[in-house]
Design a protein around this ligand. Sequence first.
Ligand code: AP5
Length: 210
Amino acid sequence: MNLIFLGPPGAGKGTQAKRLAKEFDLKHISTGDILRDAVKSQTPLGMKAKEYMDRGELVPDELIIALIEEVMPEGGGVILDGFPRTIKQAEALDELFDKKSLKIDRVILFDAPDEDIVQRLSGRRTCPSCGAVFHVKFNPPKEDEICDRCGTKLIQREDDKEEVVRKRLEVYRKQTAPLIEYYEKRSILVKLNASKGIEEVYGELLSLLR
Ligand code: AP5
């Protein structure tokens, strides 16, 4: 099974992808996580990507497409979280899948209003060490500001500051939302009401995939 998780920043794509990947033994490919790791390790990709990410803009297509080609497993079995984000990326993915004789089974559109997004992103805390994601109110760690999994102090992502969140929403509407029509035309897009609680959203996701 090959899935694309599409939707605005903070809609809960990463939260649901991590769980679904574990339950169904899929590879979770989050371009955002890969880029953040590259920034942290100061690789050439990370150094090029950082300025775009800090401003809430998209990293250039060529860099992202090369990255996806590198991490895509031969036999598929993936959840693509945060990719594609432009029509050019979607076309490159089609080409790559054709070459590998793979197909996209479903595109899940995470649908959530702006107020929920701003609230979710302003309360998000992430673990800089193992990548676990929490929310101060909706998914708090057992011990305040400490990762449940590895005990590291949690941080707030640079791009979760309010002005950057607004910019990311604008970028989503302009550059990524056209993908909705792109996949609707192929009848592989399904809409998920992502404004409910984490458990409810997961239940709905499972029923959409059945
Ligand atoms: P990326 O990391 O992909 O950011 P994003 O798409 O903006 O997604 P987020 O990680 O912010 O949100 P999410 O939907 O995964 O939500 P989450 O589950 O964490 O990209 C970052 C940057 O990298 C981009 O701006 C760009 O610069 C670059 N980039 C990445 N991919 C690229 C590409 N393909 N092309 C070009 N550039 C690219 O949830 C958010 C919070 O809400 C959490 O705290 C969580 O606990 C909580 N939460 C989740 N679900 C619920 C719920 N149902 N109810 C209540 N709270 C919830």
